[in-house]
Write a protein that binds this ligand. Sequence first.
Ligand code: SF4
Length: 707
Amino acid sequence: MSKAKLSAHTQKSTCCYCGVGCGVVINKQKNGSITLEGDKTHPVNKGMLCSKGLNLHYTVNDKTDRLLYPQMRYSKSMPIQRVSWDDALARTAAVFKTFIQKYGPESVAFYASGQCLTEEYYVVNKLMKGFIGSNNIDTNSRLCMSSAVAAYKIALGEDSVPVCYDDIELADCFYVTGANPAWCHPILWRRVEAHKAANPGVKIIVVDPRTTDTCGIADLHLQLNPGTDITLNHAIGRVLIENGDIDVNFITNHADGFEQYSRLVFERSVAEAAQICGISERDIRLAAQYIGQAKGFISMWTMGLNQSSIGVNKNLSLINLNLITGHIGKPGSGPLSLTGQPNAMGGREVGGLANLLPAHRNLANPLHRAEVQKFWGGTEIAAKPGLTATEMFEALNDGRLKAIWIMCTNPLTSLPNVRLAEEALKKAKFVVVQEVSNKPESLAYADVILPAAAWAEKEGTMTNSERRISYLEKILDAPGEALPDSEIICRFAQKMGYKGFDFKNATEIYAEHAKLTAKTTIDISGLSYEILKQQGTVQWPYKAKKGTGTPRLFTDKRFFTENKNAVISAVPDTLTSELPDNSYPFILTTGRIRDQWHTMSKTGKVNKLNQHIKQAFIEIHPRDAAQLGIKEGEVTVITSRRGEVRVKAKLSAEIKQGVVFMPMHWGKILGNDLNRVNNLTNDAVDPISKEPDFKYCAVSVQKYKKP
Ligand code: SF4
């Protein structure tokens, strides 16, 4: 539908679930509710929507779970009660000021979300880093993307996804690893499926310990042992070198580190690698052959590589395959990390993680800190990185952190070893929860609850996995006294007495953010809301003189490193995860199901989506189940060193023996937390990215016996 044909009651927006970033056309009904359909003119989805996107309107039409008014309690022993915005923010500011004065700016923290709009991220990051004076602002993107961010920085010089989705139709080999896009990024995957259907010669390699729906169109499924991704990638690299299927010109002129890499991958034979990975040598050689013969090669990955205590090295070992074959910066080629959240990319653009600065500036660089400080006009920006997601909750537990402000995320379902996070919120001196829904468990620990506007109730921008910025219109009024997140943060900053937060609207916030990107690699300084409204969407950097975005990066083979060369990293494949033993003999891996998203605060409201899979389960191989005397549908007790869950068994030969799988969506339901997989998971993190190891911990499985 063209802009001109949109009626007064029809507006455009972007789906707020995954990082694919599909366009939707919203029809506002006379009764104030909305319906929606896929935007046929949108370059990402071309009218398609997955089950989650198709049902998105129900989540805003149903207001029964909405937080409507600010609430506050004056002491931990008092009940929480309705107050005015003014009282809630004045007291919160007074408490924050007291802690900052007494214990320093590192005693307070903000824990935000990849669901925030870029403008919201921008103001909270500015507030914490530029005015409060510590870098204690992190988001739940730490749990999903930070390993990819760190790897891009090492390999390419900056956190920059080189490809665009239109490269899909130009590629003839896909290496999909640690991802199930058929369920988790469905519309992107439909484009791959359609491309393969039209071009049967296109090769698809799927790497996963489970046989997922993504394997449905795979030419080759490498069902590797969990945690052996680097060994596999190195072995494929070795075969590519042996076969001469590498790009010598690219390696010689545009990359560093090949010799060391080559020495490393030749230390292990392909046969030995195959044994470690639990797959055949033939299949490794076939994967290398498919990649080696491709004219366009896209590697695609997400949490299976990122959520690991060796996540950065897993990412680097994969990006190496694109670098040694020269498959980067040209049509149909490049590494494409898929983001789980709608605006994880936008958050990174504004520097909204504890170790980042706006527009890909470097926190460790004093000139960059000074530049941002001058622009903001606030306090000196601290050189020390702030607390990351899991570190914040550790610091609440040991008393270093006194106050935490949780913004649009549900840590008591989503954090690893989640009982530690529960303890942390119990011990916290002051907890602020800024939320749309009355469901998240963290509300029970809040001293102040601030009601936030939902998707379609506020204006702003988001950036999807291919650097595409979308403008989202405000379509509905928020119920009760709920406010847009950016307005809440700006009102609070003003109560703190800080200047520079008197934005009249999201347009002004965006304009300031865009200005700060000038002369950086993500430059959108010439891109206004007006242009976005006219053009629909734009991929950064925006070339103002030409009036176009940038579909593909590194076409000149000049990377963002100091010497402009990409870096091929010789990373070790030593696994640092918690290994199985006699007491905990199974490897637990976690993941998503098709029709739920994150902790279900939105998708869980939609009956149709709940019909797909109604409750949490454990997937276990029938031979493992038989040995344990467990039958299909029987309740099992799964235990790790950190906790326990009790869920029904789903027997499936599609998972490897010795490995069990549980979905990550379910939390505490009516006081029962025995569906919550994060009772079990390990809070060990990658030493560089600080991303937790959700995909690998040791558990025991037993049939439940009534006491
Ligand atoms: Fe929304 Fe992602 Fe589905 Fe697209 S693929 S409709 S962005 S959930």
